[in-house]
Ligand binder design. Structure first.
Ligand SMILES: [Zn+2]
Length: 379
């Protein structure tokens, strides 16, 4: 087993179903401390199990370069999604079969974190400041995770110049894709109140369903935008409509519906909430909204070029700069500095028999080393 696989092995052996605390962070600290990193760990959340207040651990580690040097940050998460059933080998007993290392988190994203640690070892301290922004709550509520780490950095006047998130962004081969942005995500609940009554006496009732149907028809017909150079068009999907009326002679008193919008940087969560609210109110409806993430974009430029050059040198591939897929913690880190995501092949993430190619771990570590060195050397 190569050095990076060995590190990944140690991380996978520490079970860390989201939200993660304790052991896996002990392992991470034991890797970073000998490399000269000052490791800060803290827990957040009141501890109530099964709620978004369940305890979460976060780790910020920093190795300072010479005064005035640039600061490059690696970011990621040590929590994993539950393993589920049907694994060939135990999900938290990593096993090498053929050229692959199997275990929960092998690609999402303990393998990448192992590659970061090995990379940090190969970046000389006088090249600049290197840090690790590592949470135990990315796959869960993400309430006390990376956002708490950002607060920690702000409170301590720590400001990276560039940040690389190691999510598994590659599709078919290591190096074929990086994520320079992500769409935003919001859910909006709709409700129309009517007046219930007997179907034979409709003049004494007010059926909310036709009004809800009009609202949903208008929402479904919306063209939010045509897409941009870097983003596909924003999309609204109707997820649910329910009235819950089992009777054959009753006009119901309420209709509810729920829509999801995945949106690009032509919008904000708030501007979309306003748009939907205006349509709903025109038909006597009301709305409630939760914004899960705003879109972000690090436009192609210096940072994406640094990554592309490092990927090309190792793999011969030109990584496609993409904004596809779901949300990630980059949605929070974007507030700190330019952020791009690059990591392993995502084919087996969140699946049983999650596995990473041993040679990809080594290659990823060399790519991360080259990115960190170039990022620290940049103007
Ligand atoms: Zn992940």
């Amino acid at each position: 087993m190569n050095q990076v696989a060995e590190l990944a092995n140690r991380l996978i052996e520490a079970p860390s179903v989201t939200p993660a605390t304790g052991l896996v962070f002990d392992v991470m600290e034991a890797m970073l401390a000998p490399l000269g990193f000052a490791v800060h760990r803290f827990q957040r959340g009141s501890g109530e199990v099964g709620t978004d207040e369940e305890a979460v651990e976060n780790l910020f580690a920093i190795r300072n370069g010479p005064a005035g040097s640039r600061h490059f940050a690696f970011a990621g998460h040590l929590d994993v999604v539950p393993p589920g059933e049907g694994w060939t080998s135990a999900p938290f007993a990593p096993e090498v079969r053929g050229e692959l290392l199997y275990g929960r988190g092998a690609v999402d994203m303990k393998g990448a974190i192992a590659a970061m640690v090995a990379a940090a070892e190969h970046v000389p301290q006088d090249a600049g400041t290197v840090s690790f922004i590592i949470t135990g709550d990315e796959e869960g509520h993400a309430k006390h995770g990376t956002r708490a780490l950002i607060d920690f950095m702000r409170d301590n006047d720590i400001q990276p110049d560039l940040c690389l998130v190691g999510e598994p962004t590659s599709v078919h081969r290591l190096g074929d894709m990086m994520k320079i942005g992500r769409r935003g995500s919001t859910i909006i609940w709709l409700e129309v109140e009517g007046t219930e009554g007997h179907v034979a006496y409709p003049h004494l009732a007010d059926n909310p369903i036709p009004r809800m149907v009009k609202i949903l028809a208008e929402l479904d017909a919306l063209v939010l935008d045509e897409g941009t150079d870097w983003f596909q068009a924003s999309n609204l999907e109707i997820l649910d409509m329910e009235v819950g009326n089992p009777a054959s002679n009753v006009i119901p008193h309420r209709a509810r519906a729920r829509v999801s919008i995945r949106f690009n940087d032509c919008h904000t969560g708030e501007s979309l909430g306003e748009k939907v609210r205006e349509i709903a109110e025109r038909h006597g409806g009301t709305t409630k909204q939760v914004i899960y993430g705003e879109p972000f974009l690090t436009p192609p430029g210096e940072f994406s070029q640094i990554i592309a050059a490092a990927v090309k040198a190792e793999t011969g591939l030109d990584p496609e700069p993409s904004t596809s897929g779901g949300t990630s913690d980059a949605r929070f880190l974007r507030a700190v500095c330019p952020v791009i995501e690059f990591g392993l092949c995502n084919a087996t993430m969140h699946k049983r028999d999650e596995a990473v190619a041993l040679e990809d771990l080594d290659a990823l570590s060399r790519i991360y080393t080259a990115i960190a060195k170039a990022a620290l050397a940049a103007e």
